[in-house]
Design a binder for this molecule. Structure first.
Ligand code: ATP
Ligand code: MG
Length: 252
């Protein structure tokens, strides 16, 4: 394959995906792709299924109909071993952040390596230090989660998500609850990390400025479908009435 073709290769592909919870039909024929090295931002009203979409990518949920492919494999058809292998190449930054309160910052970041690999402790320490430096908190190892700010917790979560050098990273509202300035710095960090590590990513995000910083494309999810899927510049210039209405009610 030529480099140009590799670039266009879809790493994540949803084809006509449907998902219901009881009588609630959440995804209603959702189709989209994320190509290698690309960052897709997902936007849409609360409760439209943005987190549900990410859970399908890592195989925590299965579609009722349609297919979800990652690296060419249909996720819901993988064996347990194959799914676990695929998951080792992915990372998920959960909406809730979820640091473990009784572990120090460094031990939180080290956790995925200690739990899933047999890497020697000296190498683990080196890697953790490297990731703490990457997220610009090189001196935070010994701090406890209760001693650090919300913005710093997000950085620690990001370092932990990146510790295994994943090829795919999914971020569910990485800046939720943070002020605009810190949100922007977290997004700049995400962008720098993407460029440095060449990861493919999806990020659920609401802030226009943050999306403009990180995204190559923006998908607007509405009524369980991809209503709009465009590069940021065209997306935000779009005069789609539903998008104008949604953005009009957004604080920034
Ligand atoms: N495990 C589940 N069981 C039942 N219903 C669920 C489950 N997960 C999600 N839902 C429902 O699916 C809908 C979409 O949920 P989801 O969490 O994906 O929304 P969202 O777009 O991420 O919203 P928010 O912006 O508030 O995070 C919601 O109505 C939710 O209640
Ligand atoms: Mg959500």
């Amino acid at each position: 394959m030529s480099p140009a073709e590799t670039e266009r290769e879809a790493v994540i592909r949803f084809r006509d995906v449907h998902k219901s919870f009881g009588a609630q039909h959440v995804l209603r024929g959702l189709s989209f792709e994320v190509r290698r090295g690309e960052t897709l931002a997902v936007m849409g009203p609360s409760g439209t299924g943005k987190s549900v979409v990410l859970r399908h990518v890592i195989g925590l949920m299965k579609p009722d109909a349609g297919s979800v492919e990652v690296e060419g494999h249909e996720v819901s058809r993988l064996s347990r071993e194959a799914l676990s292998e695929l998951r080792q190449r992915m990372s998920f930054l959960f909406q809730e952040g979820a640091l473990i309160n009784w572990l120090s910052v460094g031990d939180n970041v080290a956790l995925p390596l200690r739990e899933n690999t047999r890497m020697p402790e000296s190498e683990i320490r080196e890697r953790v230090q490297q990731k703490l430096a990457l997220v610009r908190i090189p001196d935070a190892w010994k701090k406890m989660p209760s001693e650090i700010s919300g913005g710093m917790k997000k950085r620690v979560g990001l370092a932990r998500a990146l510790i295994t050098d994943p090829e795919i990273v999914l971020y569910d509202e990485p800046t939720a609850g943070l002020d605009p300035e810190i949100s922007h710095s977290i997004n700049e960090l995400i962008r720098d990390v993407q460029h440095e590590l060449h990861v493919t990513s999806m990020v659920v995000e609401h802030r226009v400025r943050c999306i403009k910083t990180v995204a190559d494309r923006v998908l607007f999810l509405e009524q369980g479908q991809a209503l709009i899927d465009l590069p940021p510049r065209e997306f935000f210039a779009s005069d789609h009435p539903r998008l104008r209405q949604f953005l009009g009610t957004d604080p920034d």
